[in-house]
Design a protein. Structure first.
Length: 112
């Protein structure tokens, strides 16, 4: 999958999830939640993509799992600081959004 397509799919899937989670559970205005979602994706997606293109085929899924866990942690920290949220909400939103985009990507890859 080309990078631009992967980034577009990630944003298309994750931003609505972030908006829903952060507005309901975090009481953040939808516009702020959407902007924050775009920013965290802009920060984490390029290095994640680069890293995953450089891991060996043997053990790829282990590297993938660790890299995604790091992305969730980084995005959670960034969201908590940008939106001044305490507690589990930004981290739960990050895990949910990233899980949704992973599932979408796997389903799309399987369908093609």
């Amino acid at each position: 999958m080309p990078y631009v397509f992967a980034l577009a799919l990630t944003v298309l899937v994750e931003v609505p999830v972030y908006i829903a989670a952060l507005t309901v559970a975090g009481r953040v205005r939808p516009t702020r939640a959407g902007v924050a979602a775009l920013i965290v994706n802009g920060v984490t997606h390029p290095p994640l993509w680069w890293f995953l293109t450089h891991v060996p085929a043997a053990g790829y899924w282990e590297y993938f799992a660790v890299a995604e866990a790091v992305v969730c942690l980084v995005e959670g920290v960034l969201l908590s600081r940008m939106l001044r949220l305490r507690g589990p909400v930004p981290y739960a939103a990050s895990v949910t959004a990233n899980a949704a985009s992973i599932i979408a990507g796997l389903l799309l890859a399987r369908a093609t």
